[in-house]
Design a protein around this ligand. Structure first.
Ligand code: FPP
Length: 251
């Protein structure tokens, strides 16, 4: 598929809220750096992969809770371009989990009307995963309650470099290299900026996730390890977001 600046990720519910006008305190786009699976497993004396497995259960819970809360876009960071540096056994385990669960997500996506979208480079991913990603994107393309963006083999710097290259390939002149031109060539093209960026397990880093899109995001860091982050924890983060005053550089 060509890069996605022609795709429309508008969702019905956002349009409805937009028409009603007024203050929208539910974030439109929530992004989560799911951290702490390894520590969660270590605390129990288990292998790291068990933490990742439980992490997938948290993904399912959070998908449910996010759709119920009226969030329009949920972006989850599952595997970064830097994660290939992990021990090969762990990488293989994560890829196997992805393969298994990409298929198992479908009933949940159907039930909740959630569209699936991959963020990241397909290049380098096992062929089976590439096929599953395509198939899940195609099967769910008509769903419009929420978009679930799963970042797999994702790196924000790589994304920006690719967008800049596409600008050149498209023959843009220097004065045409605008923020809109670049945004339209990111993997997130057609998706609103991140409103709320959550990181679990207490680390204070952005880890090359959505650097462009999170320029004005509110940050929410919790000590909760990812496998323990479920519906109630998401709702706590949403309550914290609702109490923030956003100025977008103004006063
Ligand atoms: C960070 O924890 C977590 C990851 C690198 C992987 C996250 C992946 C999942 C939750 C599985 C996703 C799968 C699907 C199908 C959506 P860590 O290993 O860095 O934890 P640590 O910092 O405690 O070691």
């Amino acid at each position: 598929m060509p890069f996605g600046h022609t795709r429309d990720f508008g969702t019905k519910r956002f349009d409805a809220r937009f028409r009603r006008g007024g203050l929208v305190s539910v974030p439109n786009h929530v992004a989560i750096i799911m951290d702490g699976n390894g520590r969660w497993a270590a605390q129990r004396g288990w292998a790291r992969i068990k933490g990742h497995k439980e992490g997938v259960r948290a993904v399912e819970d959070v998908l449910d809770a996010a759709a119920d809360a009226g969030i329009q876009h949920l972006s989850l960071y599952a595997f970064s371009t830097e994660n290939w540096k992990r021990p090969s056994l762990e990488v293989a385990g994560l890829m196997a989990l992805l393969r298994m669960y990409l298929r198992m997500f479908l009933p949940k996506l159907r039930e909740k009307g959630i569209r699936f979208h991959h963020l990241g480079s397909l290049e380098g991913l096992p062929e089976g995963i590439q096929r599953d990603i395509h198939s899940l994107e195609e099967t769910t393309a008509g769903y419009s309650n929420m978009v679930f963006h799963l970042a797999v083999n994702y790196g924000s710097r790589l994304e920006i470099v690719q967008a800049a290259r596409r600008c050149l390939e498209d023959g843009l002149r220097a004065e045409e290299m605008t923020e809109d031109a670049i945004a339209a060539r990111l993997w997130t093209a057609g998706t609103p900026d991140v409103d709320l960026l959550i990181r679990t397990s207490g680390e204070l880093r952005i880890s090359n996730f959505l650097l462009w899109q999170a320029a004005y995001a509110e940050f929410y860091i919790t000590d909760c390890l990812w496998p323990d982050f479920r519906g109630p924890e998401l709702r706590e983060a949403l309550a914290a977001f609702a109490s923030r005053e956003r100025r977008f550089g103004g006063i």
